[in-house]
Design a protein around this ligand. Structure first.
Ligand SMILES: NC(=O)c1ccc[n+]([C@@H]2O[C@H](COP(=O)([O-])OP(=O)(O)OC[C@H]3O[C@@H](n4cnc5c(N)ncnc54)[C@H](OP(=O)(O)O)[C@@H]3O)[C@@H](O)[C@H]2O)c1
Length: 271
């Protein structure tokens, strides 16, 4: 069946609103874009709607060159009226993410892209881990206790797979993790031998029922468009034998809230 994440979503909204009500003024999120494509623009629209609904100020800054982008990120990092900074993806090919993400103040890095924030995860001291990885953790913790579970993470990106793996390996979380990628052999065997599978590969409906043993918890992180419809990396028929997060309305919905939650946290630390 499909995992109903609505109760998790509702409780996160309530908590965020309560925390905002305790601040002297609304949290402020600065979004920086660099040659945004259509899907980035549509993602921004939904983020803006969510921010407004929660009472978070949202402003968009655009820059087209790497030198300008670095200056802009430094300026926003130094601006005490800004609590959180989000740099949208994908970046143009000639821009090194490592180089520009380093310009975001770690205290305002609400999407967890600064190398310092990524490194803190290795020390079991996550400050702002990447939002999507954090969202997957919230969904897993909502559904089950990951301690001692065999978890397969499919995909090894900086956005999802790698930070998620490190979060699952933390002391106190204590999952046993296998990470797979495009060169992994016998991926179906690894997936079938897991209690939980988190899939983030960006390939529409890549995995059907043949890849899972019945009863597996399947977290579908993928967001793809096929025949003008949004779908995940997992075929929805997998829900007939496993507990599967839906797409849309699953991890993506929680990721947006994690970004807002992190902005509130940055505001709490900044005041
Ligand atoms: N729900 C959300 O909030 C949210 C947020 C961010 C992203 N997403 C979605 O999540 C998906 C992944 O995003 P991403 O940024 O992590 O993508 P990415 O940077 O393109 O990374 C994809 C990863 O999947 C691996 N991969 C590709 N094909 C594979 C295959 N057939 N078998 C096994 N591994 C394979 C790649 O392996 P190699 O490293 O070997 O190339 C790579 O590590 C996309 O659909 C994206 O839209 C969703």
């Amino acid at each position: 069946m499909f995992i109903n994440i609505e109760p998790l979503y509702a409780s996160m909204v309530e908590e965020i609103k309560t925390r905002i009500s305790k601040l002297s003024h609304p949290p402020k999120l600065a979004v920086v874009t660099c040659q945004p494509d259509l899907s980035t623009l549509s993602y921004l629209k939904s983020q803006e709607k969510q921010a407004k609904r929660l009472g978070i100020e949202f402003s968009v800054y655009e820059s087209s060159k790497v030198s300008e982008l670095k200056l802009l990120l430094s300026r926003l990092s130094a601006d005490i009226s800004i609590d959180g900074i989000l740099l949208t993806h994908p970046l143009p090919k000639d821009i090194s993410e490592l180089e520009v993400a380093s310009m975001i103040s770690p205290e305002k890095d609400v999407e967890g892209r600064n190398p310092l924030n990524l490194g803190n995860i290795l020390y079991d001291h996550p400050t702002f881990p990447p939002c999507t990885a954090q969202a997957v953790m919230k969904v897993i913790n909502y559904v089950t206790n990951p301690s001692g579970k065999k978890i397969a993470v499919i995909g090894r990106s900086v956005t999802v797979g790698k930070p998620l793996t490190m979060l699952l390996l933390q002391k106190g979380v204590d999952a046993t993790v296998t990470v797979c990628h495009s060169k992994t052999q016998n991926i179906a065997d690894i997936m079938k031998n897991s209690d939980i599978v988190a899939v983030a590969i960006g390939k529409a409906k890549a995995y059907n029922k043949d890849y899972f043993k019945p009863g597996t918890i399947v977290i579908d992180v993928g967001i793809n468009v096929e025949n003008d419809e949004m779908c995940g990396d997992v075929d929805p028929t997998v829900s007939e034998i496993c507990d599967l997060t839906p797409v849309p309305g699953g991890v993506g919905k929680i990721t947006t809230l994690v970004l807002m939650e992190n902005t509130v946290r940055a505001a709490e630390l900044n005041r």
